[in-house]
Write a protein that binds this ligand. Structure first.
Ligand SMILES: NC(=O)c1ccc[n+]([C@@H]2O[C@H](COP(=O)([O-])OP(=O)(O)OC[C@H]3O[C@@H](n4cnc5c(N)ncnc54)[C@H](OP(=O)(O)O)[C@@H]3O)[C@@H](O)[C@H]2O)c1
Length: 281
């Protein structure tokens, strides 16, 4: 019997628990989001994050900058949020318009407020096995795997995709959890051979229904990070209807990884607020 890794249910439980924790803490965490331009998908993600803040009792402010903003303008906005002692967490919604130097903007975020975990200092801590803030999507996946008691120690995990927000931190988190990790990307020579070895296959490519049953080891755990449009429907990287037949566990799209990402952002923001409260006590 295949296990459906229900990220929606798991995230709702975690958000309920977090709401309770925040209520009892006497702390009022605040998250600031920065969005540049009016990309509809980015606007929707930011709206969902503000809605989650409201649900758990985190205050939120949204900074909206015009599409033609320069790197300097974005850096100025982030610097103001760094200085604002009322703000615990800063999230810069990616991707940024192409004239904006995203790496520079990420480096400007105060690492103590970097609830997305993209700052090189936080990445470095993660890769050295001493994580502080870790990227929300891979961290949410780790939470989901833990929730469903998927064994990781010694497992052969294959991550497809090497982006800064998913693939790379995902691999580091899996290494830290004692999995044996392979990262694949568009230049990987024999992708199917690599994928067929996977006890745990994590796909973060961004190509609808790319992963087919012939690429999957029977009994593998399948984590589908992809968010793609196909014939007007939201689908993952995995051809779910076919792969579900041979997997031992699988995340649906929607309702798998996405909700866990948002729950993790809320948890990271509360953690940043708690650290600040301890430091100033
Ligand atoms: N559910 C969520 O919360 C969540 C969060 C973040 C992202 N996503 C989704 O996850 C997907 C990936 O996001 P991302 O930001 O990581 O994307 P990205 O920055 O575009 O990275 C895609 C990765 O896939 C690799 N790739 C592309 N085609 C490939 C192929 N044919 N074979 C092997 N590897 C291939 C690329 O390799 P190269 O490096 O060689 O180009 C790259 O490393 C997107 O659909 C995105 O919308 C979902």
């Amino acid at each position: 019997m295949v296990i459906i890794l229900d990220g929606k249910k798991c995230s709702e439980m975690r958000l309920e628990h977090l709401k309770e924790e925040i209520r009892n803490s006497g702390i009022f965490p605040r998250l600031a989001t920065v969005i540049v331009g009016s990309d509809p998908a980015s606007k929707m993600y930011v709206r969902m994050k503000h809605r989650a803040c409201e649900q758990v009792g985190i205050g939120s402010v949204g900074i909206e900058l015009p599409e033609d903003s320069t790197t300097e303008k974005v850096v100025e906005a982030v610097t103001r949020l760094n200085r604002d002692t009322d703000i615990d967490g800063i999230l810069v919604q990616l991707p940024l318009p192409k004239q904006v130097d995203a790496e520079r903007v990420i480096e400007v975020v105060n690492p103590q407020k970097d609830v997305d975990g993209y700052h090189p200092e936080n990445m470095g801590l993660l890769f050295s096995g001493r994580p502080r803030f870790t990227s929300c999507t891979p961290t949410g996946i780790m939470t989901l795997l833990k929730e469903y008691k998927i064994p990781l120690a010694g497992a052969c995990a294959v991550v497809v995709g090497r982006s800064i927000d998913v693939g790379r931190p995902m691999a580091a988190l899996l290494i830290n959890a004692d999995a044996t990790v392979t990262i694949c990307h568009s230049k990987t020579k024999d992708l199917v051979k690599e994928l067929k070895r996977a006890d745990i296959l994590i796909s973060a490519i961004g190509k609808a229904h790319f992963i087919q049953p012939a690429m999957v080891k029977p009994g593998a755990v399948i984590i589908d990070v992809g968010i793609n449009q196909l014939d007007g429907k939201l689908v993952g990287d995995v051809d779910y209807a076919k792969v579900v037949e041979i997997a031992s566990a699988i995340t649906p799209v929607p309702g798998g990884v996405g909700p866990m990402t948002i729950a993790t952002l809320m948890e990271n923001t509360f953690r940043a607020a708690k650290v600040k409260a301890c430091d100033s006590a």
